[in-house]
Design a protein around this ligand. Structure first.
Ligand SMILES: [Zn+2]
Length: 500
């Protein structure tokens, strides 16, 4: 997950708890992670599996060493499950189910981590790749994003194999090696491999939102947010060409000037706000827990739409939920102080809300700039907004039940828009049930640690992560799943009959 997705909170700050850190609960039922599992995670942190934007630069030795380490650390799992290395550095495990007629479940996590900035190296209390365990925390790069999930998933399966558990439904564990740089060569290849095998999935569970503790105003109990939709992503390159020449006799409309005006116009012409069905559902569920003002606004949403949108637009966190966002991120022009540059370029990063696409974004940007001297082109990969995952499915119920079993203090599970992008997008052709949820409890302080200095995970929360995946596998691949499917069919039946 990218750093800049997590840096906000406010009224409905769902982005804030992407993959954050645990709040310390005084809950006596809390399960501390067994020492051996903590050691396994600490050991995994030591591998410098830093993803590189240049494919040829992958730190091959670190990834291969991590693969071997996992083989050694989870022997029962490696005996029982099939393991396939995809594109040299990614891993796909298959645990065949007893009933091959059932569509498989896929748990997705990633092996790569973001780099540690040189300038911050001496600000770490424990070396970022040391894997220190101290003061009830596991320290280091990857403890919150995303090695803790890799190890928690493997540990849950290792224990299930040891107790002789057999899934009814096939389970895939998919660990990509380049999520932080788009996931194209890791999860992208895994997705392509599964498709070539003719696999269709029942559901995918990936990282994403989490349990929010004391973040939503007026809601004191922890609330779990499940990312059921994600924004799209697109980079636009703006280019202005000029004649160059000496700066002593400048042309008034130089490339730098024209480009600056264009960027300024984008600033003044944001996309129009609109509520997606996902955000309406989030707010409806949340407002029931919030104060009267919010409840009233959502109950009369039809009438107060304009005011609700205005309220949400006031803060950048909630504004991101109701609008396609543009942000200039790279600017380049000029090399010498007395030479007029012949070229000025800018990259504008666009996060696309559902309802919008590449063409509508381009049209809006060209119209806002309204200057033919500015060329606007798509640069790099276009990721469209994700389809919306329905909450009216047995797999959503299974996830919801898993969250409540693992985090009994959670009083509400709500779907929400995830403003970032994860490996999940590479499996969207295999299922319509994609859930972005990280089994963590996040508060305002701890959320800041993702991709940051002193990234760390409490041993207590790590214990819960393992329990979460144990519950999730039983609820989706075991006999508990059968009951959920039947229950769901019963509930759906009268509706279906009514429709006829
Ligand atoms: Zn991540």
């Amino acid at each position: 997950m990218k750093l800049y997705y997590r840096v906000f909170f406010c009224l409905f700050p769902v982005q804030f708890f992407l993959s954050g850190q645990a709040a310390a609960f005084s809950d006596t039922t809390a399960t501390a992670a067994p020492t051996r599992a903590v050691q396994k995670l600490a050991g995994a942190i030591a591998f410098h599996t830093v993803s590189s934007a240049t494919p040829g630069e992958t730190n091959a030795a670190a990834f291969i060493a991590l693969h071997r380490y996992l083989q050694k650390s989870f022997p029962a799992l490696h005996d029982r499950l099939q393991r396939k290395v995809i594109n040299r550095y990614s891993l796909l495990y298959t645990w065949p189910g007893k009933n091959q007629a059932l569509k498989p479940i896929l748990l997705s996590a990633h092996l790569d981590v973001v780099p540690v900035e040189e300038a911050t190296k001496d600000q770490w209390e424990h070396q970022p790749f040391a894997g220190a365990v101290e003061d009830g925390y596991i320290w280091g790069r990857g403890t919150m994003d995303d090695k803790y999930r890799v190890v928690a998933i493997l540990e849950a399966v290792e224990q299930l194999v040891r107790e002789g558990y057999q899934p009814e439904r096939t389970l895939y564990l998919a660990f990509g090696h380049d999520e932080e740089t788009g996931g194209e060569f890791g999860a992208g290849e895994i997705g392509a491999f599964l498709q070539a095998q003719g696999v269709q999935l029942e559901a995918v569970f990936d990282e994403g939102l989490a349990v929010a503790d004391n973040i939503v105003p007026g809601v004191t109990e922890p609330v779990a947010f499940v990312g059921t939709a994600a924004k799209g992503n697109l980079n636009l390159q703006l280019t202005v060409k000029g004649e160059g020449g000496h700066s002593s006799v400048p042309k008034r409309d130089s490339p730098i000037y024209i480009l600056s005006v264009a960027i300024s116009r984008l600033h003044d012409h944001p996309f129009a706000p609109h509520m997606t069905p996902t955000t309406i559902e989030t707010l409806e569920l949340l407002s029931a827990k919030m104060g009267g003002r919010y409840r009233f606004a959502m109950r009369h949403y039809g009438l107060l739409k304009g005011r609700v949108l205005k309220m949400l637009a006031k803060d950048r966190a909630t504004d991101a939920l109701i609008r396609t966002q543009m942000a200039p991120t790279i600017l380049a022009a000029g090399e010498k102080d007395n030479v007029m540059p012949r070229l000025a370029t800018a990259v504008v990063n666009v996060r696309i809300l559902s309802g919008e696409n590449r063409e509508t974004v381009l049209a809006h940007v060209r119209e806002a700039i309204a200057d033919e001297r500015v060329e606007v082109e798509v640069s790099g990969l276009y990721i469209p907004p994700s389809p919306v995952t329905s909450t009216d499915t047995w797999t959503y119920k299974a996830l919801s039940q898993t969250i409540r079993q693992t985090f009994p203090e959670v009083t509400l599970v709500a779907p929400a828009l995830f403003p970032g992008s994860t490996d999940a997008k590479h499996y969207s052709h295999l299922t319509s049930n994609i859930y972005r949820f990280a089994p963590q409890v996040v508060d305002r302080q701890s959320a800041k640690l993702v991709h940051n200095v002193n990234e760390r995970l409490s041993v207590e929360v790590f214990g819960r992560c393992i329990v979460f995946y144990d519950n999730l596998i039983r609820n989706t691949c075991g006999t508990a799943a059968k009951e959920l499917v039947i229950q769901h069919q019963k509930q759906a039946a009268p509706v279906a009959a009514g429709v006829k």
